[in-house]
Design a binder for this molecule. Sequence first.
Ligand code: PEP
Length: 251
Amino acid sequence: MTAEITPLIAGNWKMNGTSVALAEVRNLAARLAEGGPPRCTIVICPPATLLERLSEFAAPAGIVTGGQDCHPALSGAHTGDISAQMLADAGAQYTIVGHSERRTNHRETDELVRLKALAAMAANLIPIICVGETEADRDAGRAESVVASQLAGSIPDEWAGQGIVIAYEPVWAIGTGRTPTAADIEQMHNAIRRDLVTRFGDRGAATRILYGGSMKPSNAAEILRIENVNGGLVGGASLLANDFHAIISAV
Ligand code: PEP
């Protein structure tokens, strides 16, 4: 991990969790209180239905919250969607945009992801912009060029507020239990860093690049020690306080 960047561990609950799941966050908060101050920013992105409640009781434990997606518009006739301003109003400080499940299930393009990131920043949220190659891309040797193209199209030229976070999530590693080798993660994160620095200079050098895809207690320490890995975006393992706490403790 790069020493001068405060790492970030973000949990993405996806479409999981009802009120009962809040007990896991209480459990996590209790475990955090037992140890010293965490060496990372901790974010939980619950379903929108839990965002406000979770934001209220997680804040004293030093846990901040995020949305899982936002609409590019401020408001309007978009049934079923949620705006960045609504997420902020419910207590969120971050929002994921461009998760591969959104890109696949809802055919989201880089351009739409870019507009969502802009909407997030306009609402004072930090967008966690997700990129990552498919297995076919990697097998064909085009993983880096696919990610470079996603970065070029999904990151806005203009940043507001506290900037952005990038999450590199190989699609084939999400929810599968499979992870790239440490060397492959390092190569991709270094390429993303070069890209960010070329385009944004010092801001690019200070931007957090998270790894996501089957991060769990057993592999977190190894992944988090890789150069230019500034934290993790965690799906399945963020649902249980014990696992998520173990990953936070691995920082
Ligand atoms: C994710 O969905 O962002 C993710 C990384 O999922 P998992 O950790 O379950 O692979």
